[in-house]
Design a protein around this ligand. Structure first.
Ligand code: DC
Length: 218
């Protein structure tokens, strides 16, 4: 059994940036479970399925095989043998992932893969339900959050830097909507595990958050 660190929190809280840095510092494998939901979402989108078509999504789960490989320490997601990592961050993929992830059959499909990865190696795994459902016995649990305003501004700066034209108010609305969906769904909603340490990164630098989590892992 390896060391298991669970990091949960809402979209845009900086989970993946922080978890990658902690992984590097501690020599853990970083497991991005959102990327797995995004991988399945690509499968649904490629079949022309609408986000609201639950029956077709459940049916399509049967023909999807999501696997993970690490190439030079970086997680690569394969869908039915094809590397789809480059498409994971597309906006429509994030939307489909958010809308399909409440479906129990979708979650069941990925649970075993996630638990299997954590069994044999030291991992820091991020997502929405890691401390509450996937790794309830994790050695350290962190609930990483930030205000909607802070998260929207970070996303706005990131997109602007890439030359993408965007609107701060629209981003804010999207984030609030996604929070609501992730927190109110029936299966494995986003919530802080009772034994998780709450870190609000609204007024913290990346280095400060990494230091806070690394200190918990000693
Ligand atoms: O973290 P992310 O934005 O890449 O995740 C995409 C979607 O996947 C998110 O809106 C909710 C879902 N998700 C989930 O339900 N459970 C997880 N452990 C990780 C992600």
């Amino acid at each position: 059994m390896g060391i298991n660190i669970a990091v949960d929190g809402p979209a845009g809280a900086g989970k993946s940036t922080i978890a990658k840095l902690v992984a590097k510092e501690k020599g853990y494998i970083y497991v991005d479970t959102g990327a797995m939901y995004r991988g399945l979402a690509i499968h649904f989108l490629d079949q022309g399925i609408e986000p609201g078509d639950t029956d077709r999504i459940i049916d399509a789960c049967r023909s999807a095989q999501v696997t993970i490989q690490y190439e030079e320490g970086v997680q690569q997601v394969y869908l039915n043998g094809k590397n789809i990592t480059a498409r994971l961050r597309d906006e429509e993929v994030g939307n489909m992932a958010s809308k399909s992830s409440p479906i129990p059959q979708v979650r069941k499909k990925l649970l075993e893969l996630q638990q299997g990865l954590a069994k044999e190696q030291d991992v820091i795994m991020d997502g929405r339900d890691i401390g509450t459902c996937v790794l309830p016995d994790a050695d350290v649990k962190v609930y990483l959050t930030a205000s909607v305003e802070t998260r929207a501004k970070r996303r706005f700066d990131e997109l602007t830097e890439k030359g993408v034209d965007c609107d701060l108010e629209e981003i804010k609305r999207d984030i609030a909507e996604r929070d609501h969906r992730d927190m109110t769904r029936e299966t494995a909603p986003l919530k802080q595990a009772e034994d998780a340490v709450l870190i609000d990164s609204s007024h913290m630098t990346i280095d400060e958050v990494v230091a806070a989590i690394t200190a918990l892992c000693r």
